[in-house]
Design a protein around this ligand. Sequence first.
Ligand code: CMP
Length: 138
Amino acid sequence: MERTLSIIKPDATSRNITGKINSMIENAGLKIVAQKMIRMSKEQAQNFYIQHQDRPFYDNLVEFMTSAPVIVQILEGEDAIAKYRKIMGATNPDIAEEGTIRKTFAISIDKNSVHGSDSPEASSKEINFFFSQVEIFN
Ligand code: CMP
């Protein structure tokens, strides 16, 4: 069993499609073992995406992620990290596979509806960033 950190982004919360995204997650066999809606502060978004701080899209990304509430969640399952990346689809929805979350719902590479951890190291770091142990259910 593995866990991954998922964020349902502002473009999705503001379009009222968080339930549809959760259905796709659950239909793929991933279990939501923690979930909360939060409004990220600028400092939180800057820190969460610190590895992108030198990329040209960093400021836009921080502004977007703080523009409306997000849902942060922990997904659990066999190969959860790779499985979630597969059902999210490519970062750029133009090249995402049919049937993926991003192909179905994303508006652009920025407003791409969901985030998922890209490695076991990132997953534990990102889970600890948002959740304390008492918030996680099995
Ligand atoms: P996410 O998985 O949340 O990680 C960083 C985000 O930056 C990414 O999804 C995209 O929404 C956004 N982004 C914007 N432009 C790019 C780009 N050229 N490459 C990667 N990510 C980008």
